[in-house]
Design a protein around this ligand. Structure first.
Ligand SMILES: NC(=O)c1ccc[n+]([C@@H]2O[C@H](COP(=O)([O-])OP(=O)(O)OC[C@H]3O[C@@H](n4cnc5c(N)ncnc54)[C@H](O)[C@@H]3O)[C@@H](O)[C@H]2O)c1
Length: 563
């Protein structure tokens, strides 16, 4: 994202961000809580996001979907908040315990020599043997009445049916089953609205895994935006670029590939994983029972329109989520864009364009968002010309730039790179020469407002501890991406939840009890942005977002009705 920054400039930018956020935090903390200057500031996500410890009563949970992301969630979860007692997956490769088998049962695999995933054993030691494996969700729920919550990490098209099945099961047994599902919330907005309705009817907590809502790094970046020190923001650019253009043939030391009658040569890449014999043989006759047309739809679900939502759902949704947070949790005004399907083939019969896929391999979008003083902006102003443009691209055949978001304002620029580094630079004042990318800044007060300044006085002059847990500069552990905090917050909501109050609201429309930060309505907005962008690219038109799409009660108001 920050391709033209030298190592020295990166260091300056990171130190600037650390100093400015430290200064802003101290100021807010001293004002808000009336603590004397110099007092220690409580740190940590629980304090920042407002949840507490579980007093030795973790929520008993089941994981549904033990693939790549399931493995990440297992590795990141805190057993003091969420204790997994069962796991469900239909693929033998991701579930079965096969002693001595190198690549099977990876979710359970604790052998450091072959550890493909941070497994349950790493968290629970030998007690991991008590975690019960299942093929079918219903069997798992029926046999484990202790399950209070499920964490769903399955392909996009299954999020809604599995979440609804679990919540309804909880209602029938007379004790709710709460749901944390991975993003994107669902394959259609109709499904999102149905999930929100069922959560209300069954009294279940519904949370969605857009982890940037739980990242301290993003929380501090938002502080910088909200303090106004970047000046007027008119443009945010975001991108996620990767290179999948070197298809691999088979695995050197891996499990056997399936021999599928009539199949194409087994080329694969990051989104087109190999089809393994152990999965194919076991599932070839039962896939339809699980709702899959064939083995490709199950294992390469990201590549098909029916089962996935393309680059926008998988990658863009995270970054547009960040952009709408930076702009004050607002909804966009419009989107237009171009989706290209010009690198990979569709059929796989053309040798020059291997690895067939239905989804676009490059997307380029322009969103118009309301600025703070726009009638739909954070301040609900009356300036219709106050708009912000967000440009987004994601490509699959070039990884020179990686991923991140760049917020450009009239007084400064902030770059968030790969969810782990933030660089902050001032705009040079008139008459001031020199390289802004080499300018050290802090924060000071100008006309009663915080402002970036090379003589900033609020923060310590030396490098402050970087926000998000990492020490300023290189060498420290990377900051948390928010997975752990997202699961902790979900568990805390479940433990303090009163199903009788459920989703009741006060007269001003706010919820009576505490919900997860990324609850159904919040996550539905991210799904609307991603899926409407797909429609705009498909139909090559500029689409204006409609207010009713964002209202869960307006069941028939959905963007997919346009196509
Ligand atoms: N938050 C993030 O940053 C992030 C990152 C990657 C993936 N994800 C999301 O996580 C989810 C899973 O992605 P992944 O990369 O792990 O995919 P994956 O294909 O590696 O794993 C999916 C697993 O779900 C299992 N499964 C499919 N249908 C099932 C069913 N009916 N019952 C039980 N198990 C079933 C599959 O067998 C597979 O093991 C997706 O929604 C994806 O968008 C989120």
């Amino acid at each position: 994202m920050a391709i033209n920054l030298s190592a020295e400039q990166r260091q300056v930018g990171q130190d600037n961000f650390a100093r400015v956020t430290d200064g802003l935090t101290r100021r807010r903390f001293m004002r808000g809580l009336a603590v004397a200057a110099g007092a220690a500031i409580p740190a940590g996500a629980a304090y920042y996001f407002g949840y507490k410890s579980m007093d030795g009563k973790p929520v008993k949970a089941a994981l549904i979907g033990g693939g790549d992301e399931g493995g990440v969630l297992v590795g990141e979860h805190n057993p003091e908040f969420l204790e997994f007692i069962a796991v469900c997956d239909i693929r033998p490769f991701n579930l079965d315990i096969k002693p001595g088998q190198k690549h099977g049962g990876r979710i359970f695999d604790g052998d450091p020599k072959v550890q493909l995933r941070k497994g349950f054993r790493k968290v629970y030691g030998t007690k991991a043997n008590n975690i019960k494996p299942y093929r079918k969700v219903e069997d798992m729920l029926r046999e484990n009445p202790d399950i209070e919550a499920v964490v769903i990490a399955t392909p996009l098209v299954t999020h809604a049916p599995i979440a609804i099945q679990c919540m309804k099961f909880g209602q029938q047994r007379g004790k709710p089953i709460h749901v944390l599902t991975e993003k994107l919330m669902a394959r259609t907005i109709k499904d999102c609205k149905e999930m929100i309705t069922v959560a209300k009817e069954t009294g279940s907590v519904l949370s969605v895994g857009h982890q940037r809502h739980y990242s301290l790094l993003y929380a501090h970046a938002l502080d910088v935006v909200e303090a106004g020190v970047l000046g007027e923001i008119k443009h945010i650019s975001a991108l996620w670029h990767r290179n999948f253009s070197w298809p691999e043939h088979g695995e050197k030391d891996g499990p056997k590939l399936a021999e599928i009658p009539g199949a194409l040569a087994e080329l694969h890449d990051g989104w087109s994983p190999p089809i393994l014999e152990m999965d194919y043989n076991e599932l070839k006759n039962s896939l339809k029972d699980y709702g899959y047309k064939d083995i490709y739809e199950l294992i390469r679900w990201r590549l098909y329109e029916r089962t996935g939502g393309g680059l926008m759902a998988e990658l863009g949704s995270h970054q547009l989520d960040a952009c709408s947070i930076f702009l004050g949790h607002v909804h966009p005004i419009s989107v237009q864009g171009v989706g290209m399907h010009s690198f990979f083939g569709t059929t796989g019969t053309d040798d020059r364009r291997p690895n067939p896929r239905e989804i676009d391999d490059g997307i380029f979008l322009t969103f118009e968002f309301p600025g703070r003083n726009h009638p739909n902006g954070a301040n609900k102003g009356n300036d219709k010309s106050d708009t912000v443009v967000v440009t987004y691209s994601s490509v699959s055949n070039n990884g020179f730039e990686k991923y991140g978001e760049c917020v450009t304002g009239s007084r400064g620029t902030m770059v968030v790179e790969e969810e782990k580094s933030v660089y902050l630079f001032p705009e040079n004042a008139p008459g001031k020469k020199g390289d802004a990318r080499g300018t050290s800044i802090g924060v000071t007060t100008t006309a009663g407002k915080p402002a970036l300044d090379s003589g900033g006085t609020w923060g310590p002059s030396a490098s402050a501890a970087a926000p998000g847990g990492a020490p300023a500069g290189a060498g420290g552990p990377p900051p948390s991406r928010g997975y752990r905090e997202e699961m902790e917050d979900f568990a805390y909501c479940v433990r303090s939840w009163d199903p009788k109050i459920g989703y009741a609201t006060t007269s001003d429309g706010s919820f009576v009890q505490r919900l997860p930060r990324c609850h159904g309505k919040v996550a539905m907005a991210d799904a609307i942005i991603a899926l409407t962008a797909n429609i705009a690219m498909k139909t090559r038109q500029r689409i204006e977002f409609k207010h009713d799409w964002f209202e869960p009660e307006k069941k028939d108001a959905v963007p997919e009705a346009m196509v």
